[in-house]
Design a protein around this ligand. Structure first.
Ligand code: ADP
Ligand code: MG
Length: 671
């Protein structure tokens, strides 16, 4: 007995709809994608009741002839690809030829379309209900296409039940529209919800060159979010080469161009969800775990635990190097060279964050603003360097204020009168690109030295400075700061010509120590260590002892002289000079506790040097007395020389700024 039969078309469509059309936002997504593929310059999206009762998308795109309008409702009918090979080089949003028939099979559906380039003054209208064509007629309409989807899932009560509140469904729709609007700034978008206008985004003129695309994206972001977002520019290119012995079964070309561009939140700008993390691959909004990780990796210590970056990043890569056909709703992509893409993306983000502080993203050439008020760091560098270390509340705290070699080499006229870090870091001033530049002496922490340490992997092509964009923030540590005082023995109050600045003394100190430590490790292979006059033994529980044993190599390299002295006993005989531990035993016990806590987060037995360094620094900072006058100035100055000064090694902010606009708002002077 034959039991297999082909499903009727309508059932097949409903099954496809089950995958493609999950909720009203999927309808919006498919319709908007179609309008974008049809080269619309303007589109209006209207929804009612979270898209359950109505989704209407009106575009002024290419439109369709009567025949095409009928054909587009057939399954696997598409104008976007012809052959299987085309799947490897998709440049349109759609290609599966499934969306329209799927939507039409689960709603009351009306398509009205008229060819933009045709000579007929009339268009075509097709009315479908639950997949059945009710009417096909000529209809007066403007060139372009209107699709109206009413009563989604009316024939599938089970499906309807799965829908969430109108509020939630609307939020999903708005999220998708945000993505589409970011990817296509040159398209004007109008969004109406329940008869109310939500957005009216004017078209942004965009050329095809990198700078004008960035500027267009910036403008679209401003239209969507206002100008308050502190964003940094990312623009990073590299080649992904296949290894020589790479057996190519995927059709990936031997070398693929990789470019990541867009904007990321400045250090300290983050959210508790991924909601404002917008990632695109070849202009398609995507979800990709590798890219998510790359972002977190790129931010590294500039992001607090449990927080997510804010970004709009566009990855451009040869379409043959990415598979967009792994998800029915085309939401996910798979890279053929996943690890490489992830590594480069992290590097792109990291470089943008480092450049921000190095001053490359400053808008326009800046005059040293030090003329005028008695700003911080009035002390000449040499005088500070002469300051006897013992007088400082930070014992042996390296003063490190010698002008960096690159700055010495510059003509005097270009030099700011005080070392405020104003000299724009041109590629020539980075030791990375000039091999003969003198090496930074160990213990000297200059921004340039840091840049060497952290950017040595970056291909030279990507270090070419990009013309600054209007609206990019001037990093806080690039403007002069005046010391006002200290509150709560912890928060340093400063003032800039932009407003109020608060500095968390401990967080800042931690960051400085952390970078100095890593910097020295990089240069010396061993952080400095001071022998204790009275070595002490510490006995631990068996569990703690075996945990600590795992961390000994890292601790030794970081200058903490701990060694095994018995089954469960350790000998502490040296400490990094900046760690003031009056009670050595307590120091070890606390260190073990803190390392254990860090280890639980990482879920690994042996902690890396970075993690151990973070912990040692935090401990060192805790032991410090409140600072005063000179030392505070030194602290800010040292912070200026960090590569990632705006967050402590755990990602908490070191500085908070409240500009005059915000102050005026708070005092009710402005709205
Ligand atoms: P796909 O987008 O994968 O090709 P769809 O079912 O979404 O499949 O659309 C089928 C076809 O209908 C498209 O290939 C396109 O030719 C045509 N089409 C759909 N929407 C529009 C539109 N808004 N303007 C012009 N043509 C459209
Ligand atoms: Mg489509």
């Amino acid at each position: 007995m034959n039991r297999i039969r082909l499903l009727p078309e309508q059932v097949a469509n409903q099954i496809a709809a089950g995958e493609v059309i999950e909720r009203p936002a999927s309808v919006v997504k498919e319709l908007v994608e179609n309008s974008l593929d049809a080269q619309a310059a303007r589109m209006t999206v209207e929804i009612q009741a979270g898209g359950r009762s109505l989704v209407r998308v009106v575009d002024d795109g290419l439109g369709m002839s009567r025949d095409d309008a009928l054909l587009c409702l057939e399954r696997h009918a598409t104008s976007k690809i012809r052959r299987a090979e085309d799947l490897a080089a998709i440049t349109t949003m759609g290609f599966r030829g499934e969306a329209l028939p799927s939507i039409a099979s689960v709603s009351r559906f009306t398509l009205t379309t008229r060819e933009r380039e045709g000579d007929s003054p009339e268009g075509t209208q097709i009315v479908i209900s639950g997949g059945k064509i009710l009417e096909v007629k000529a209809a007066g309409s403007a060139p372009g296409t209107t699709v109206e989807v009413r009563q989604l899932f009316f024939s599938l009560p089970a499906r309807r039940k799965f829908l969430r509140t109108e509020e939630t469904e609307s939020a999903h729709i708005q999220h998708y529209l945000t993505l589409a609007a970011l990817a296509y700034p040159e398209v004007a978008f109008v969004f109406q919800r329940d008869g109310r206008l939500v957005w009216q985004l004017p078209a942004v003129k965009a050329g095809s060159d990198a700078a004008s695309r960035l500027a267009a994206l910036r403008e679209r972001l401003r239209a969507l979010y206002g100008g308050e977002q502190q964003l940094l520019t990312v623009d990073y290119s590299a080649e992904i080469r296949s290894p020589d012995n790479f057996e190519d079964t995927t059709g990936t070309p031997s070398s693929t161009h990789f470019r990541l561009w867009g904007f990321i939140g400045a250090p300290g700008v983050s959210r508790s969800t991924r909601e404002d993390q917008h990632l695109f691959v070849n202009r398609r909004p995507v979800e990709n775990r590798g890219l998510n990780f790359a972002l977190l990796e790129g931010y590294h210590t500039a992001l607090m635990k449990g927080r997510f970056p804010v970004c709009s990043l566009f990855l451009e890569i040869d379409p043959a190097a990415v598979d967009v056909n792994i998800h029915p709703a085309k939401r996910e992509v798979k890279f053929h060279r996943e690890a490489e893409v992830r590594r480069l993306a992290a590097q792109a983000v990291r470089q943008a964050l480092l450049e921000f502080h190095a001053g490359k993203s400053e808008p326009g050439p800046r005059k040293p603003a030090a003329q005028g008020a008695p700003f911080l760091a009035v002390e000449p560098a040499a005088a500070q360097a002469d300051r006897p270390a013992e007088q400082s509340a930070l014992p042996n705290f390296p003063v490190a204020l010698e002008p960096a070699p690159a700055q010495l080499a510059k003509p005097a006229a270009q030099q700011p009168p005080l070392r405020m870090g104003f000299s724009p870091a041109t590629p020539a001033s980075l030791p990375t690109t000039s091999p003969e530049s003198p090496t930074v002496p160990p213990g000297t922490l200059s921004p340039e030295g840091q840049a060497t340490h952290l950017t040595h992997l970056i291909p030279p092509s990507s270090t070419i400075p990009r013309p600054p964009l209007p609206g990019e923030p001037v990093p806080l540590l690039k403007v002069p700061l005046r010391l006002v005082g200290v509150i709560g023995r912890l928060y340093v109050v400063l003032e800039s010509d932009r407003g109020l600045v608060l500095l968390d003394q401990h967080a800042a100190h931690e960051r400085i120590l952390f970078e100095q430590m890593l910097n020295r490790l990089e240069q010396n292979d061993q952080a400095p260590s001071q022998r204790l006059l009275l070595p002490e033994t510490v006995e631990l529980s068996a569990r703690d002892a075996s945990f600590l044993r795992e961390q000994l190599p890292a601790l030794t390299r970081l200058g903490v002289g701990l060694s095994e002295f018995g089954e469960r006993t350790f000998l502490l005989d040296a400490l990094p000079p900046f760690v003031k531990a009056p009670d050595a035993r307590r120091f070890v016990l606390e260190l073990v506790d803190e390392l254990k806590a860090a280890g639980r987060e990482l879920n690994s037995l042996r902690l890396g040097e970075h993690t151990v360094a973070k912990t040692v620094c935090r401990h060192a900072v805790k032991a410090n007395d409140p600072l005063a006058g000179r030392e505070l100035e030194g602290l800010v100055e040292d912070l200026r020389h960090c590569a990632m000064p705006y967050t402590c090694p755990h990602g908490r902010p070191t500085l908070i700024e409240m500009n005059f606009r915000e102050l005026e708002k708070k005092f009710g002077r402005t709205q």
